[in-house]
Design a protein around this ligand. Sequence first.
Ligand SMILES: N[C@@H](CCC(=O)N[C@@H](CS)C(=O)NCC(=O)O)C(=O)O
Length: 271
Amino acid sequence: MGLPDADIFPHATGKASEVVAKHQSEVGPEGIKFYAGWFCPYVQRTWIALLEKQIPFQYIEINPYHKDPSFLAINPKGLVPAIESQGSTLAESNILIEFLEDFADGSNSKSSRKLLPAAPQAKAVARMHIDQISKKIVPAWFRTIQAQDSQAQAQGRKDYTDALKEWATYIDDDKLHNGPFHGGDELDAVDINLAPFVAREYLIEKHRGGPITAEETGETYQIWRKAILSHPSVVSTTSDKENYEPIYGRYLRDEAQSEAAQATRAGRAIP
Ligand SMILES: N[C@@H](CCC(=O)N[C@@H](CS)C(=O)NCC(=O)O)C(=O)O
């Protein structure tokens, strides 16, 4: 028998299902095969980047909890997202975003805009802002939803909102940009790394203490969040809310057995 986590709704719904339907055909070497799970925040990062870069892709739905040997042959870690491109198989959402940036050129991307700045210093700063998302914001997000006693829940929420408040100063501090996004008026790789967790923030609001307020996060974050939640690439990679419920219900009861849930429970870094 597979993990209980494997019992998930089998495919994307709502707006996301429209995008999936448009990306079923095989693509040539100018495009990529995208091994995805509709529900997964890490998948959503890569998916948003694909839409923003307008690179051709074939969407292939995978249930990563089944650990199907044919998928393990593509990503031995057994995690989605994964990409196949010209004979190479690649994984890790933040690396995939950078790969898509490098892979896109005039012939396979209808969008000339960049997800990371060209100047080495500005690029390193953007990567520092992504590092903060990976090391502080995402772990606090998981800790908050997996925490069972009210003190640990409140501490998780405080860590999460404090980290968001600090992160939002990067939008303010960046004199090159003029909001509402980290990247200015269009999404960049930093926005894309955080967006899927913010799209799932309603779970914290619903189950861990009510609406997240400007008092907790500062005003800048609230403006950014509103813009992110209505951005077309975020909306069109999001499924119907009710299908996320059973998946995140297991996290909220701290029963989930995913790699991320086990790491959070054990106080280890999320793989
Ligand atoms: N660090 C990876 C994490 C990917 C990840 O954890 N994906 C989850 C789905 S959201 C998965 O495939 N889980 C399968 C498992 O935990 O066994 C990334 O950024 O791509």
